[in-house]
Design a protein around this ligand. Structure first.
Ligand SMILES: Nc1nc2c(c(=O)[nH]1)N[C@H]1C(S)=C(S)[C@@H](COP(=O)(O)OP(=O)(O)OC[C@H]3O[C@@H](n4cnc5c(=O)[nH]c(N)nc54)[C@H](O)[C@@H]3O)O[C@H]1N2
Ligand SMILES: Nc1nc2c(c(=O)[nH]1)N[C@H]1C(S)=C(S)[C@@H](COP(=O)(O)OP(=O)(O)OC[C@H]3O[C@@H](n4cnc5c(=O)[nH]c(N)nc54)[C@H](O)[C@@H]3O)O[C@H]1N2
Ligand SMILES: [Mo]
Length: 554
């Protein structure tokens, strides 16, 4: 996020939520946003193909077709330019590329966009005018924007819109991707990505290569960034990846196209899974290592607003489990001791941070501060004292950075980039006539390995459902609660129908929480060429009603 939860809740004059089910998936921030609307009376615009809890507070709900976000955002910007409502000062002083963007926006008149997206042209005009009249607008997005083959273009379009409105570098504004897992921001910050070291230092740059080689004694070749998840699965099938170490993930339910994933994992010579539970993925493993949960360890979590916070254990690790870093450090030490690293062993042993002999997590944080400019001033002793620190925090005197891009962007001028609308790669046709989009509900977390063990949650939300509009259900002569078979080009599942007007005609929605009706048997592993994120939010399916009693296990 460029901004913070509190400055958005306190100072935004308008909210624009696109592709985020905020009150169900980020309930605390969702509540803050709802309060801002109710208590400060600010307008709320929601762009989401479904009616979700927060849409009941919306001034305008743009209920567009899944996968048409770039068209919608271009349409909003078309109105800002045509009606001369954009921020001339900001565009002139802080950005470049306006003429190119303007030339592209001409193609996206509200009428044309209305047709692509299935919304009213006048609603697009009203939404653009509301944002221009109530500055700043804070823009929030989540997986509804990113999980498309056009994901990076969608994100650039969000940035274009906020730059045209002059809403960056100010309290109450910003482009705010709501991060998902408790420490997904921290994992990315620490180089849990195939192309960067910690603090987004590019592996391809000689300077970062040298720096980390000096610190650790060994690093991967600089001209070879690693693979992303879908690429790894494809490489496993091609025999180019032969071993995998999976921890804190359950790809046998969470990755797209599960039949393909199973084939990939079964093609490996060696699979290690480190988890809290015997998950669907762990069942395929050669070795399972028992990790300890968040409640049993210390260290830090970095949240969505870039705030590094101290984590304190509430329990001792159960049984033989260990905090993940201790398992990894033991493995590191054993690899060195066993001599399997060959001629590199000496360089690793001689390097200042090569030995994997950390005493505690505070010492790891010191190594991070030494090697990572944006975390240079983050230490446990500082975190003990207060409410955490928001990066960039380059030195011990630095107070942290709540709002990014004040006065200047990292690259200097903000680049306005023309983006073409590209539809999802798979669209409904005669054979597969419905568009499936997938996501979550409040009561469950991802593959359910944690939440399906909680009796209370299982009682409230016991099984998977497919949301389907009454018009589509009528065509199948289907009543609420009946079982249907859902088929895509990749797989098939049986699931109970939730016939509801929350969803629009022609579109169906499933969660990926339930192994018994695993949505990812259906999804498409096609991915965005830049961000490499799979198209979880759009694929084509066919739904058929099963005769009563036809399904044994549902
Ligand atoms: N209770 C709960 N909370 C969670 C999680 C959980 O599993 N359970 N997971 C966490 C994680 S890791 C993440 S990433 C976040 C995800 O948080 P969100 O992204 O908010 O959750 P999703 O349900 O994936 O999808 C969000 C919205 O996108 C909409 N949508 C679908 N297709 C499109 C489209 O084409 N365009 C647009 N604009 N919208 C579309 C859906 O209708 C849905 O309302 O939640 C986090 N919080
Ligand atoms: N169809 C569809 N698929 C999706 C998505 C979607 O919207 N639609 N969303 C995608 C997104 S945004 C995400 S983030 C992924 C999530 O996908 P995953 O991360 O694979 O899902 P989780 O169920 O959260 O799996 C996490 C695993 O980590 C284990 N675990 C928890 N804490 C710890 C720990 O401290 N240490 C260790 N070692 N293990 C631990 C849990 O037991 C669990 O098995 O799913 C993706 N898949
Ligand atoms: Mo996520």
């Amino acid at each position: 996020m460029t901004n913070t939860f509190d400055d958005i809740a306190g100072y935004a004059k308008c909210l624009f939520i696109i592709g985020s089910n905020t009150t169900e998936q980020h309930p605390v921030f969702g509540m803050q946003l709802r309060q801002a609307v109710k208590q400060r009376g600010i307008p709320l615009i929601v762009a989401d193909p479904r009616r979700i809890p927060i849409t009941q507070y919306a001034t305008i709900h743009l209920r567009h077709k899944p996968g048409t976000d770039t068209a919608l955002l271009n349409g909003l910007m078309n109105v800002l330019v045509t009606e001369d409502l954009y921020d001339h000062d900001f565009v002139a002083n802080r950005t470049e590329g306006f003429d190119d963007l303007k030339a592209k926006l001409v193609e996206y008149t509200p009428e044309r966009v209305a047709e692509i997206c299935g919304v009213k042209a006048d609603d697009i005009r009203r939404a653009a005018r509301l944002m221009a009249a109530n500055k700043p607008t804070a823009l929030m997005y989540a997986m509804g924007i990113t999980q498309h083959t056009s994901g990076h273009g969608n994100v650039m379009s969000c940035a274009n819109l906020q730059m045209l409105l002059g809403n960056l570098g100010v309290p109450g504004g910003g482009v705010n991707p709501l991060r998902g897992q408790s420490n997904v921001q921290g994992a990315c910050d620490m180089g849990g990505l195939p192309n960067v070291y910690s603090g987004y230092q590019n592996v391809a740059l000689e300077a970062s290569h040298k720096k980390f080689e000096g610190a650790w004694g060994v690093v991967p070749p600089e001209d070879k960034p690693g693979l992303t998840v879908v690429e790894m699965m494809n490489a496993a099938i091609a025999g180019k990846v032969t071993a995998m170490y999976v921890f804190g993930e359950n790809p046998m339910l969470s990755d797209p196209d599960l039949n393909h994933v199973r084939h990939a994992l079964e093609s490996l010579d060696f699979l290690v899974v480190q988890d809290l539970f015997m998950t669907e993925t762990a069942q395929l493993a050669d070795v399972v290592l028992p990790g300890a949960s968040f409640a049993e360890k210390d260290g830090t979590f970095t949240n969505s607003e870039r705030r590094v916070q101290l984590l304190r254990p509430a329990l001792h690790p159960l049984g033989d489990t260990l905090p993940d870093w201790q398992i990894i450090a033991k493995l590191g030490q054993q690899l060195i001791a066993a001599g399997v690293l060959g001629e590199r062993t000496e360089a690793i042993q001689a390097a200042p941070h090569g030995a994997w002999d950390y005493r505690n997590s505070a010492q790891i944080m010191e190594e991070i501060a030494t090697l990572t400019p944006s975390y240079g001033g983050v230490h446990h002793w500082r975190l003990e004292a207060g409410k955490g620190l928001q990066w960039p925090c380059p030195n011990d005197e630095h107070p942290g950075t709540p709002i990014l891009h004040i006065g200047k962007f990292t690259r200097g001028l903000g680049k306005l980039t023309p983006v073409d609308f590209l539809p999802p790669v798979e669209l409904p046709d005669d054979e597969y006539p419905l568009l499936l989009t997938t996501g979550r509900v409040l009561y469950h977390y991802h593959t359910g390995s944690l939440t399906r063990r909680a009796q209370g949650l299982a009682a409230i939300y016991p099984e998977g459902l497919i949301e389907m509009h009454p018009e589509d259900a009528a065509r199948l002569n289907l009543a609420n609660g009946e079982i249907v078979e859902v088929t895509s080009r990749r797989g098939q599942v049986n699931v109970k129908a939730d016939v509801t007007e929350k969803i629009q005609p022609g579109v169906v929605f499933m969660t990926f929480h339930f192994a018994e009706s695993a949505a990812n048997l259906l999804t498409n592993s096609a991915y965005d060429p830049i961000a490499k994120i799979p198209e979880f939010k759009a694929c084509a399916v066919k739904v058929t009603k099963l005769p009563a009693g036809a399904c044994e296990n549902c």
